[in-house]
Ligand binder design. Structure first.
Ligand code: AMP
Ligand code: MG
Length: 508
């Protein structure tokens, strides 16, 4: 039941049992849950039957009222560094693993977020409110459509059960999907509780399951080499993921080590945000008073978190200090290369790397920052420029573009923009360019629409009144953020003034 004939329910992770996982039943809601949205494409991809999942029985499973047939739900233990401080015990406080599905070589885990307390809830209620569940549900799929590695979202169910935050809200549950939900914090937990054999077994399982290309062999030496190789992969994936965040103006908001995936996936969508008016020091989480997780700091913090991971791994690899250091030093190079390549593509430049390109990228971000230009609209407007046209002509066609990002009355801004245009034309350095192909490629690189906070806020306020059409509309739009002709005009427009006053905090 629930899975198609091409897939099977398995207990691969579950069979690890203690000390990693504890059986914890989901807590049924007191009022009936409705299925707000089902991601039917993802259901099919995973090997699940969308029709059965939408049935009364299916909704009971997706809202945690009954267990997935044949599987006992489980919570895992981890710890982590939160805002730089070590917190010795965390864990799945409101996430429960409810199934593992194998479809040929493809393996996926299903987790319910908000299905009741666990031994790791630390006096909290184990619930998630409608507001935060809508935010996680939509962001997961928005990131996926932008080509950024992320956990996925299968379903959103909601009920009238009250949940107490700053005000009384209602409960909602996201069923999320991933190859693994393991975090840097899992490694930290077994290191700092001095359970090194358990850590070694967990990592052996994890690497065999998710990195079959890494051979751990059967000697100590081969194990050490395998672990180092694996750390290199985590570093590489994390660096690329954060470079992609930067390239769409995404801020995660809570980059604690317990929110960092061992597979380099964007995980745990809380007070995240896509930047509207560009500010390089943008902080999307109101609770982040120091700006530790600001846009500018994201790469540095990812690197810091990787240090914490390497530190926790080091007891398993004797005399490895220098090797670990070398691997960590590699972060900057991977990040830098990916960042340059992505921004060069966004700017439509011919060369993707080199100091001239890097200098121009830096100047562009400075220009955007100084004039608070809308991140998404600025990049989207570049396809209306012509690398072969003189400055005045370029400025004129730019001005007519639907995505024109400047305030025309602002003379200083216009002059700066003209200067930037001149530099841009030099940097593009294009001869024999097929302009149509170039424009098309740019419009497939720079989204016309991102999941802006005010759009989410609209959808949330309507959902809180029991009206979910806007959630549906956003979901449809975010699956193809590149085709402006298919998007509602308010999704691609400059955000309204009130968007600037929206505040997001850790509370969810
Ligand atoms: P976060 O900052 O949302 O990633 O959460 C940090 C830790 O707090 C994790 O261990 C979560 O499982 C836990 N947590 C957050 N909210 C709740 C909640 N409402 N009930 C139980 N645990 C929670
Ligand atoms: Mg978390």
């Amino acid at each position: 039941m629930f899975h198609n004939h091409d897939s099977i329910l398995v207990q691969e992770y579950a069979s690890l049992g203690a000390p990693y996982l504890t059986e914890v039943p989901t807590t049924p809601l007191r009022t009936e849950a409705d299925l707000v949205h089902l991601n039917t494409a993802l259901a099919t991809e995973v090997g699940l039957n969308a029709e059965e999942l939408s049935s009364a029985q299916g909704i009971l499973v997706l809202s945690g009222n009954i267990s997935f047939p044949g599987y006992e739900s489980r919570a895992s233990v981890y710890c982590g560094h939160q805002f730089g401080q070590f917190v010795p015990q965390l864990g799945d406080g409101r996430a429960l693993l409810i199934a593992e599905i194998r479809k040929g070589k493809q393996y996926r885990q299903l987790q319910l977020k908000g299905a009741g307390p666990t031994p790791y809830s630390r006096h909290a209620d184990g619930r998630a409110v409608l507001r935060s569940s809508i935010r996680e549900y939509l962001a997961s799929e928005a990131m996926q459509a932008l080509g950024i590695s992320t956990t996925r979202a299968l379903s959103l169910t909601a009920s009238a059960d009250p949940v107490f935050r700053e005000t009384t809200e209602t409960a909602a549950i996201v069923c999320r999907v991933s190859e693994s939900f393991m975090r840097f914090g899992h490694v930290e937990f077994f290191c700092y509780t001095n359970q090194l054999d358990a850590l070694r077994n967990l990592l052996t399982w994890h690497i065999e399951q998710h990195h079959p290309e890494i051979d751990l062999g059967d000697t100590e030496t081969s194990l050490h080499a395998g672990l180092l190789k694996w750390l290199g992969v985590v570093i590489d994936r994390t660096a690329r993921m954060v470079a992609k965040w930067q390239a769409v103006g995404f801020c995660h908001g809570v980059m604690n080590t317990d929110n960092m995936s061992l597979l380099g996936l964007t995980i745990d969508y809380g007070p995240y945000g896509f930047i509207d008016d560009f500010d390089i020091d943008h902080i999307c989480n109101h609770s982040d008073h120091q700006g530790r997780y600001s846009y500018r700091n994201q790469p540095r913090i990812a690197h810091w978190n990787l240090y914490a991971l390497a530190q926790a791994l080091s007891p398993l690899i004797p005399d490895s200090k220098e090797k670990l250091q070398n691997l960590l030093d590699g972060f900057a190079e991977v990040f830098h290369a990916e960042h340059s390549a992505l921004f060069a593509q966004k700017l439509g430049l011919s060369s993707t790397q080199g100091s001239a390109v890097d200098g121009f990228i830096e100047n562009t971000l400075k220009f955007m920052h100084e004039h608070s230009l809308d991140f998404t609209r600025f990049f989207r407007s570049i396809s209306t420029l012509n690398p072969n046209a003189p400055g005045e002509e370029n400025f004129a066609s730019w001005q007519q573009s639907a995505f024109f990002p400047l305030v025309l009355g602002d003379e200083a801004q216009v002059n700066q923009a003209k200067l930037w245009l001149k530099q841009w034309r030099e940097a593009t350095n294009r001869q024999n360019l097929d302009i149509q192909a170039w424009k098309k490629k740019l419009d497939q690189t720079n989204p016309a629409f991102v999941l802006r906070n005010h759009l989410l806020q609209n959808a949330i306020e309507r959902a809180q009144q029991g009206e979910f059409t806007e959630v549906n509309r956003l979901f449809t739009a975010l699956s193809d953020p590149y085709d402006a002709t298919q998007l509602p005009s308010e999704y691609t427009a400059q955000p309204p003034e009130w968007a600037k006053s929206l505040v997001l905090s850790c509370s969810s």
